[in-house]
Design a protein around this ligand. Structure first.
Ligand code: ADE
Length: 237
């Protein structure tokens, strides 16, 4: 078993709370100016640096979305030099692809769905499709028995008809607001990335996403934390 440095980014404190309480982390340190909080934990097999987008200082809400996610990931990689970056969080699931609330996925690929640029060559750049079937991913999939598939990212919680046009042909299984930006940063640093997402709401179901998200956030975050702990403690990396 080799010693491993694991960098983790979680956008919301609500998603991270159960995980922070389950492992012996140092208390969060503010990494100004963005209001990210930094937590660390270690034992003989691993060292973990966790960044959480805890609070936007202007609007006093948690820092969801691609911009904070990209900046935090760049900070994690430059300051901590991780062997692998894990983005853990919640996602909407597509019931047409078999997703159910509370399930945890390990995405095998990522794309943006709301960067529509109709100039030759730029459509592919906008989508920025990347696969993540690295050695860590292969181990996780075989050890933890998680669902897999394409994770699609946009900066909106809703799902417009235009979003649908880019998502449907590619058969995404889950949808979030950070992953493709984190994938972009990791790609440029050549750092392997893992995406663990727990389903809070059904994107193509009958209920409003906001209500489902708020209703299921705690259960989904608990499942996410259990998966992270299994992954770390069973040496599945
Ligand atoms: N995170 C949780 N649910 C989501 C959804 N429906 N869309 C984007 N991000 C999410």
């Amino acid at each position: 078993m080799e010693f491993i440095r694991i960098g983790i980014y979680m956008a919301m404190e609500s998603e991270a709370k159960a995980f922070i309480e389950s492992l012996e982390f140092t208390s969060g340190i503010d990494t100004s100016p963005y209001g990210f909080k930094s937590y660390s934990a270690e034992d003989k097999n691993y060292k973990i640096q966790l960044l959480v987008g805890e609070q936007d200082s202007k609007y006093n809400v948690q820092s969801v979305g691609t911009v904070p996610a990209a900046i935090a990931t760049d900070m994690l990689i430059k300051n901590f030099n991780p062997n692998v970056v894990i983005n853990a969080g919640t996602a909407g699931g597509f019931k047409s692809r078999g997703a159910q609330i509370g399930e945890v996925y390990a995405a095998d690929s990522t794309q943006f769905h709301n960067r529509r640029i109709q100039i030759p060559g730029y459509a592919e750049y906008g989508r920025y499709y990347l696969t993540h079937k690295n050695d860590y991913y292969q181990k996780i999939i075989s050890n933890l028995n998680l669902k897999a598939g394409l994770l699609t990212t946009g900066d909106s919680l809703d799902y417009s008809d235009l979003d649908k046009e880019l998502v449907e042909p590619n058969k995404a299984v889950i949808k979030d607001m950070e992953a493709a930006a984190i994938a972009w940063v990791c790609y440029h640093h050549q750092t392997p990335a893992i995406f663990l997402k727990s389903v809070t709401d059904i994107v193509d179901g009958p209920h409003a996403n906001v209500n489902e998200f708020l209703q299921n956030l705690q259960e989904a975050s608990t499942n996410l934390s259990k998966t992270l702990i299994r992954l770390i403690q069973s040496h599945a990396l």
